[in-house]
Design a protein around this ligand. Sequence first.
Ligand SMILES: C[S@@+](CC[C@H](N)C(=O)[O-])C[C@H]1O[C@@H](n2cnc3c(N)ncnc32)[C@H](O)[C@@H]1O
Length: 215
Amino acid sequence: MFTLVPHAFGWMTEQRPIAAVLGGELELRLLNYRDWTPLRAGQVDDEPYGGGAGMVLRVDTVASALDAVYGGQPGHRVVALTPSGRPLTQEVVEELAAEDALTLLSARFEGFDERIVEHLATDAISIGPYVLSGGELPAMVILDAVARRLPGALGSEESGLVESFSRELEGGVEYPQYTRPAEFRGWNVPDVLLSGDHRRIEEWRMEQSRLRSVG
Ligand SMILES: C[S@@+](CC[C@H](N)C(=O)[O-])C[C@H]1O[C@@H](n2cnc3c(N)ncnc32)[C@H](O)[C@@H]1O
């Protein structure tokens, strides 16, 4: 993970699912472009050609960070986080989780010099049609979503098999979940869930998932 603010990721490494797989299924390296910039005083960005507000992350500083860490272009996928990228979906998450290694590139301010996206990255991913102030939150979204697909990431209180967008639910969203009390302020848990009839419960859940996934 290349970023200008590696410390932003601190809390994530202490929580599930990342904490559960760190040092085992997952090795996470938080790297700062500034540590390898060829420019003076830790400079990594510059004014945009053509004018306009803001600062753009320079291609030479990102190339130099990749060269220093990987000895050249990495032999695995390099994902630039950008609002103009391919939308992140569970399908993309599964695809990324199947990779042995990934590099995520984050920018701030006005974003990347386009040559980073074109020549240094292999993929560009957006977490949604809105603009955040930096790629750190998008990177954390990807890290969390990918980490929970790794063996041992989830505790017994959570199922990673039957959940929204899974094959088990035909790619649809999850059915409604309820817990105790069975009645609260006159709001009742559906009778079928209290019936103990597992086949009916499965059927009801699948039907609810399909109903919620329409459109
Ligand atoms: C303020 S944004 C740059 C926005 C850019 N000037 C534009 O209009 O598309 C700074 C950085 O935050 C990250 N970022 C912001 N929104 C994002 C999103 N929806 N998905 C992925 N990354 C995002 C990217 O790394 C981006 O380069």
